[in-house]
Design a protein around this ligand. Structure first.
Ligand code: NAP
Length: 277
């Protein structure tokens, strides 16, 4: 904390201009009447370690970490949570009073809370899950689904070897299928999650065949720009339960905010509307 009692936090990435986190944390700080600031910081990979080490001395209580630093930042941490270790990446740093840097990964928490909020009654244990993609977000999603009791996670990725690496890290409840076979798995799952960047503004559409989708299957797109992706539109038309990706972004921010600023913020319609404005 700085001398004047104002707590500082922020987000480090490169580029960082597109990040919605400053808007989100700024909204909560104002709403809760907390004396604090949340600052976006564009930091080059070669400067990451030096910048992170200097921040506590400048009054920072912690930071979020985003692309491309989520894996590399583990090098600076003195303590790494189990889930960040398993995922191999951190998105939240807490600068402790004893000088130690604690790294955590709250993406999986945000993913689960979003599903629980937007698809009430959803349970990971209801049946197998199909996860499309095997990047950083997929690792957090697979970890969360297994933790929450999914009996099996069927994983598919354009580059199969990345999916196989996740299977090697997370064990036999993860089953890898070829990207071109993904459509065949759709009918047996209770949960379907797109963790690829397909469907995002400026990216190609996701073309996995959804003919087998069962009514009631919970379909979550991590893409939140646009909010209503083609995947979610098709899911809705077929009687599935569409869940957009914005809520994950909002929920993953809660644990960091609470640790840094001492109050737990709400994820409600008002904050969604504020971020969408
Ligand atoms: P990443 O590590 O770069 O992974 C990208 C994934 O997309 C990989 O599986 C990649 O497959 C796949 N992909 C990209 N282009 C493709 C194409 N043309 N055809 C097939 N697959 C393709 O990125 P990430 O950090 O995991 O993020 C992935 C997405 O999740 C992004 O859209 C991001 O915005 C979103 N996300 C949302 C939240 C949220 O809070 N809602 C949080 C985290 C991430 P290959 O391995 O074959 O390249």
């Amino acid at each position: 904390m700085s001398e004047n009692g104002i707590r500082l936090a922020g987000v480090i990435g490169s580029p960082i201009a597109h990040s919605r986190s400053p808007q989100l944390h700024g909204y909560w700080l104002r709403k809760l009447g907390i004396r604090g600031h949340y600052i976006p910081m564009d930091v080059a990979p070669e400067d990451l370690v030096e910048v992170v080490r200097a921040l506590p001395k400048a009054g920072f209580v912690g930071v979020n970490i985003t692309i491309p630093h989520k894996e590399r930042v583990l090098e600076v941490a003195d303590l790494i949570s189990d889930r960040a270790t398993l995922i191999g990446a951190a998105n939240t740093l807490i600068f402790r009073k004893d000088g130690k840097i604690h790294a955590d990964n709250t993406d999986g928490y945000g993913f689960l809370e979003n599903l629980r909020q937007q698809a009430p009654g959803w349970e990971a244990s209801a049946g197998p899950a199909l996860v499309l993609g095997a990047g950083g977000a997929a690792r957090a999603v697979v970890c969360a689904l297994l933790d929450a009791g999914a009996p099996r996670v069927i994983l598919t990725n354009r580059t199969r070897v990345r999916a196989e690496q996740i299977q090697a890290d997370f064990g036999q409840r993860v089953e890898v299928v070829d990207w071109v076979q993904a459509g065949n798995a759709v009918e047996e799952v209770a949960t379907l999650v797109n963790t690829t960047s397909l469907g995002m503004t400026g990216q190609p559409e996701l073309r996995v065949p959804l003919d087998g989708l069962r009514p009631g299957t919970v379909v979550n797109d991590l893409v939140y720009a646009p909010l209503q992706t083609r995947l979610l539109q098709v899911a809705e038309e077929m009687g599935a339960v569409p869940v957009d990706g914005l809520g994950m972004l909002l929920h993953q921010a809660v644990p960091g905010f609470e640790r840094w600023f001492g109050m737990r913020p709400e994820v409600d319609e008002a904050v969604r509307a504020a971020i969408l404005r």
